[in-house]
Design a protein around this ligand. Sequence first.
Ligand SMILES: Nc1nc2c(ncn2[C@@H]2O[C@H](COP(=O)(O)OP(=O)(O)O)[C@@H](O)[C@H]2O)c(=O)[nH]1
Ligand SMILES: [Mg+2]
Length: 296
Amino acid sequence: MKEAFRCGTIAIVGRPNVGKSTLLNTLVGQKLAITSRKPQTTRHRLLGILTTGDTQYIFVDTPGFQTEHGGTLNRMLNRNVQRSLQDVDVVMWVVEAGVLGPADYKVAALLPDKMPLVLVVNKIDRVSEAELLPFLQRCGSEFERAEIVPVSAEQGRNKDELLAVLRKLLPEQPAIYPEDELTDRNERFLAAEFIREKLFRLLGDEVPYGSAVVIDQFKDEGNLRRIYASIIVEKPGQKAIVIGKGGAKLKEIATAARLDMEKLFGCKVYLEVWVKVRSGWSENENLLRSFGYDAG
Ligand SMILES: Nc1nc2c(ncn2[C@@H]2O[C@H](COP(=O)(O)OP(=O)(O)O)[C@@H](O)[C@H]2O)c(=O)[nH]1
Ligand SMILES: [Mg+2]
């Protein structure tokens, strides 16, 4: 007998840096969400959609709960995470193998009681089996109602097991999105995100958190996307860092972002990037909105 089609939404939550965005990319098989070693890389909600023969999984990547700072940007981010938990079918809570710390328990306290819960223990490539087994047992006894699945998002380990567990928890209903749809975000949004990722990956700690990316022009010319973008920073000193000696850093950022875009869009990209100073942008709700942050 043919299995009924299932379709539903799965929120990916967890403290910053546990690998939520990496997991989303691995599950959908495409790089959509940006990732980096630095916590709090993700600032925008993004859907990643995977459609197989019998299931449509709609994953929602969220910024991690920000528990450290109380600025306007972080308050807006937290409101968005809480909102993203309201209308989903399953919550996938991600932790790092071997680590259950205060920031994880804070997330646990915010999880809705009634919703099916899958506890994903990520980064199992970093621990030995002797460490992993007791950790899984501890998770099982502390979070009895959760289904627990150990994975390595980076290596794709246990991806199919996780998808099988999630499928069982989704409602029987037809697909919501066309089967070839990958995300709810357009190329313009993804282009800005790919540039932002390079700031996180290629610069030190000070600049990325104080910066935003705006697409000034995005032209679809058939087999070519012509993109003009600005990196917004808070201070002139940051501008100098982004540009680098003789423009070398900016060139590295733009080239890496362009390669990601060409891969995802499947066409050539012409990319021009400028750096602009707007002091206080991250504390100004109006400017944040104009940069694409939801008001929450
Ligand atoms: N070793 C290892 N590192 C991982 C794994 N998944 C993610 N990471 C790394 O953890 C860091 C944070 O990942 P990211 O997806 O941005 O985390 P997020 O803040 O929860 O979205 C990045 O440097 C990833 O490469 C994994 O399975 N194994
Ligand atoms: Mg993320």
